[in-house]
Design a protein around this ligand. Structure first.
Ligand code: UDP
Length: 281
């Protein structure tokens, strides 16, 4: 097991140099890096950042499994999401504040919809009820953008996940919240969320993530051909906003690989934009 994202501790362990300093690590990485001026895809991006050995150990297998696509066919930003650090910070992302909602996401969403003005209808196909819904002001659409337009320009590819949950009669089943398996097993990662929630309980639950081509859309697939198709849908979406007050917001409606914090920011920005528009009317 190695710490990931790659940091000084990973480099010490991987290259068997327990005393490696940050300066030596930089020199070592510099000697490993492939000189690619403008990385055009995820493979080139990682090779130019950390070299082939680390690419093959940590990125290649995982990316093939996660996307069913070679890293050279994915945008640089996919593997570029993951930081590489020359210090001993082992956290996944760089943000100063790293929190989850105090009472969890379920409670957060429950509170968001707990208002007499909000009617929730679940288990329905939006298309079937679309004609019955006459918005007084506007619509915010958060589903897949290609589906909204009945796939008239073709289907955007999405990646899905299948989760398996396994209960274990153990306080903790793994030493940290997430383990990625770059080169073994059909699942990409196991997550033991108890490390985050800090529940005290003699049992624990581990989730196993199996990437899938079919199923609910979870991820847009960032690569040029998909971006081109999305850009065509975006023109339709912009017209729809202008003519019918339909606002497209979120990972599915904007075909963008937003993180949770980014998607919340995006939602708030969309809200503020709408608020401004209507306050000035
Ligand atoms: N990635 C990888 N090895 C890892 C973790 C991530 O190659 O151990 C690559 C992979 O292509 C993945 C991308 O980096 O899809 C983004 O990783 P992240 O963990 O942010 O994915 P998410 O949590 O959005 O599924």
């Amino acid at each position: 097991m190695f710490p990931f994202p790659i940091n000084l501790l990973t480099l010490r362990q991987f290259f068997k140099k327990p005393d490696l300093t940050a300066e030596e690590a930089e020199a070592l990485l510099e000697s490993k890096r492939e000189k690619i001026a403008n990385p055009a895809n995820s493979e080139e991006f990682v090779l130019s950042r950390v070299g082939r050995e680390l690419y093959e150990a940590f990125y290649l297998g995982y990316t093939l499994k996660q996307w069913g696509i070679h890293p050279r066919d994915l945008a640089p930003s996919v593997c570029g999401r993951i930081p590489v650090r020359l210090n001993t910070d082992e956290r996944y992302v760089d943000h100063k504040y790293q929190v989850t909602p105090a009472d969890g996401f379920t409670e957060m969403f429950r509170k968001m919809i707990d208002n007499p003005n909000i009617e929730l209808r679940l288990g329905l196909d939006y298309k079937e009820i679309r004609q019955q819904i006459k918005p007084e002001v506007l619509t915010i659409y958060t589903g897949p953008v290609d589906e909204y337009f009945d796939y008239k320009l073709g289907r955007l590819p999405w990646r899905s996940l299948h989760f398996e949950f396994k209960e274990e009669a153990l306080e903790f089943a793994q030493p940290c919240v997430q383990i990625n398996y770059s080169n073994d097993f059909d699942y990409t990662r196991t997550v033991e969320i108890k490390h985050v929630t800090q529940q005290k309980h003699p049992y624990t639950v581990i989730s196993y993530e199996y990437p899938r081509a079919e199923g609910d859309p979870y991820y847009p697939i960032p690569r040029d051909v998909n971006k081109q198709l999305y850009d065509e849908y975006k023109l339709l979406a912009d017209t729809e906003t202008k003519e019918n007050n339909v606002y497209f917001c979120g990972r599915l409606a904007e075909y963008k690989y937003f993180n949770t914090d980014e998607v919340l920011e995006r939602a708030l920005n969309t809200f503020n934009l709408i608020k401004e528009r209507y306050e000035h009317k």
